[in-house]
Design a protein around this ligand. Sequence first.
Ligand SMILES: Cc1cc2nc3c(=O)[nH]c(=O)nc-3n(C[C@H](O)[C@H](O)[C@H](O)COP(=O)(O)O)c2cc1C
Ligand code: SF4
Length: 620
Amino acid sequence: MKILESCYISDVRIQNRIVLPAMAMNLARDGYVTREMIEHYGKFARNNVGLVIVEGAAVDPRGKDLHGGLAIYSDKFCIGLNELAEEIKYNGSAAGIQFLHPGGCATPKVEGNEPIAPSSVEYTMFMHGKKSFKAKARELSREEIRSLVEMFAEAAGRAKDCGFDLVEINAAHGWLFSQFLSPNTNKRSDEYGGSFENRIRFSLEVLEAVKSVGIPVIFRIDGSFPSYGGVSDDEILKYAVELEKAGVDCLHVSGGFAITPMIVKRGILLSGAFKIKSAVKVPVIGVGGISVEMAVDLIEKGKIDLVALGRALLADPELVIKLSEKRIKDIRPCTRCNDCIDRLFSSRQFIAKCSINPEVKIEKVEKPKKIVVIGGGVAGMEFARIASIRGHKVTIIEKDQQLGGNLIPASISSFKSDLRSYLEWLKGQLKNVEVLLKTEATSEKIKEIGPELVVIAVGSEHDIPNIPGIETSLKAVDVLTGKVKTGKRVVILGGGRIGCETALHLAEEGKEVTILEILSDIALDLERNYRFALLRELRNKNVKWLCNFKAEKVAERKIFGSIDGKKVEVEFDSLVVATGMKPRKIDIKLEVPTYYIGDCVKPRNVGSAVYEAANLASRI
Ligand SMILES: Cc1cc2nc3c(=O)[nH]c(=O)nc-3n(C[C@H](O)[C@H](O)[C@H](O)COP(=O)(O)O)c2cc1C
Ligand code: SF4
């Protein structure tokens, strides 16, 4: 497989074509490298990733992105950076580090930050949960621009001395370099604004300054076609060519919609990478929702030179080893649920953990136990997977004819295929688990198996609100699985995740759908990238929604209620309820220790079920 063959960026040998792209984890403290960070990046090196690019590090104390973001603007950070680079290199990977400057997007939330930009325009601040806000940046003087160029050069000197093989400049994603490039945000009338040559001047000066230190340089650029921010398609290609002329060693082509959720087609940024590759001779890295199978194919066909697999590696850090052992089916597939980035961007800023990779210690047990798991949903399967690897003898009892629980309706829609792949992966990891399908978990049945402990993971069911006439309605879960059919005009009561996904599912079947939501907006429980893409799809499919709707009664194919005190009635052929879930109860008498995990404790998301199950399985 060509993807596993070595290659070079400048004179840096890379053992294979797989790159861990920069991904901020919030693991640094006050900008300093921590032990957890060294462990985190070392793990990818120990698992044979070709090039490990450490997350965006701040080159300027005024431009940090997170409370737990990494910094390289002072020598005081070098002790940790040196440990980090060595951990990566001694374990066989090439070590890169990204330099990041948010410019006008530097959130005031992080101490010492100041939004500074080519011009004094308004920027959207991220890292504020759902309530991002706009603030005006201060315009940089020419002297300040020159001193910024110097800061990049100093950072590059530190990276080199600390042992990094190469540096990556983040000139994408709307941060400082993009702000210079875009005529919408760069309104300067001096040599840094106006013409294309002037708007790329900052990039070229930084490149020259960093190169002068004597370390290879990757530029991460936006290669979205059609382009955005007032930059023309032609200018994107010219930018790549000018960077190459100025001595860049590699181009990493990202884009506007960088962290695509599962509803967006995989690899949407690749067309940009292909165009740029045909315009330059330096190696090109492609990125963005690329699956392992796609990665193998892209490299085999020579369409790009290296492939960055970000979330795929967070979901399964052993990806390269499993690929080289031809165990592709064992690679835990990232669902592009975006919980990792959602945690990072939440208003409190948490560590960017992967929801399906709990990374618990899995140690063999001395005395294996006989364990029964009641319920074969995510929690039950994840528990059984880990407990069986540890050597326990596990039996899952599932009353349905297949494993999956609520993951079956949750992954059935065309736009949820990534979640379906995860369900298939989980099922495939239960080779040493006994599975009893279509089996009721009665006290007699449990006694017959004779376990030493029982784990209850029976999941959740619809919580039907107490509204007169609601008995005639359908449940979203039954609609999704096809157990019940709806008429042409459908009203969905509840505009959270389940309601909105059911709405899109039905709209794709040609139904006329209206969502009624009690809150001031719909899909408020979704990660921002997913919410943006889902709402766009709902609008494209003509789904309507009414918010602040208080339901009062259902009668004669109408739902009656009020919005801000005004009476409202909506007609339907079918009413579907999606107002929330409640724990499913199980009435069973057991004489052995019993544990409850997952949604039957409290309905939550996949990540909570996985982490709860994995932690129990690792200590039992
Ligand atoms: C948790 C997280 C943190 C990220 N942090 C950075 C960053 O510091 N710099 C950067 O250029 N991109 C960052 N990204 C974007 C990734 O490098 C990558 O472009 C993106 O995840 C798409 O690739 P994938 O679909 O293979 O994950 C981050 C992505 C995630 C999920
Ligand atoms: S949290 Fe979701 S998107 Fe992030 S790596 Fe894990 S599975 Fe992928």
